[in-house]
Write a protein that binds this ligand. Sequence first.
Ligand code: KG4
Ligand code: ZN
Length: 359
Amino acid sequence: MNIPPSLILGIESSCDETAVAVVRDGRAVLANVIASQHDLHRKFGGVVPEIASRAHIEKILPMLDEAIDEAKVSLDEIDAVAVGNRPGLIGSLLVGVSAAKALAWAMGKPLIGVDHVRAHLYAGALDAGPITYPALGLVVSGGHTSLYALDDAMTTRLLGRTIDDAVGEAYDKVAAILQLGFPGGPIVDRIVQQGDPRPRKVNFPRTMLDNDSLDFSFSGLKTAVLYHVRGHPVGRGPSATFERDATSLNDTEKADICAAFQQAVVDVLIAKIDRARARLADAGEVPRSLLIGGGVSANSALRQRVIEYGRRNNLDVRVPKMGYCLDNAAMIAGLAHQRYVAGGFDDYALEAIATTDLK
Ligand code: KG4
Ligand code: ZN
């Protein structure tokens, strides 16, 4: 097949990162700029939707300028404008979608809407070789923890997902319980890496659900950490009080808890990947690649374990480069190339939608 070359500008604004990227032919990233809003949300311990939308409005045009500068291209050379239009915070998505529509209209170029979760599964192709399908995909982020079978970049089948907390959410909550800061994932990861390698004293449960389940559950683990740190609650619900808090722990004790939590998380993720691979193989759909995406794919322990797992099981493992793990627009522009070559364009009725369309 003769694949047309493409230069695609991508926009991502689904949560608390305002990002713009320019990607050639779906894989060569010429620019990937990201304005993070973490400083604005930190004092609230989580993302505040109204603050996020307002910050996107302030940042979107400067980010567009910066991306075009960094890519050393002119706007006339862009072949299409892509935008993550789902899932996410609706007010945040609307900023990116409106900007993308305005730009596409002004430039007379096609508009391409992309699902953010599907884009996370594509991030391992950026600045790398093409992905070989069929593939097994795991999205681990602040909003999602799901396993997919992929026939190609656009054709996905949901195999399992979290029935309660997403894994990134569990990281953020555990960091909050330990009073470590926000967002919690990178902080917990760093504390574990800096800790000493002696055997740890703490151990937390691995929730596997039914024997053949490909779903995940992390709320029990989070509660186990909560009780371990704060003792048992007195009373119920939001008015419950606890025996103590994280101020009674020293740094070594906190590091032990982080390490035990992370070990439990990664063990469960690897076990479920293994179950899913076996399930697909039994059905004659042996995956050739293992795709990991989403903010938690930046986690050092997870990266190491999936790479080892892939080596043992003859899978081409795609853990994205660090800059493409967290929310970014390169993955949006990269995946949009798949639609571009198929002529799959959207019109100006493209909507911002809070939920993913991945089945
Ligand atoms: O993909 P992402 O940027 O946003 C969503 O789509 O949710 O993921 C953000 C999540 C946060 O929960 C953050 O704590 C987590 O990814 N995260 C990590 C690491 N870096 C970010 N979790 C574990 N280890 C990390 N190194
Ligand atoms: Zn994301």
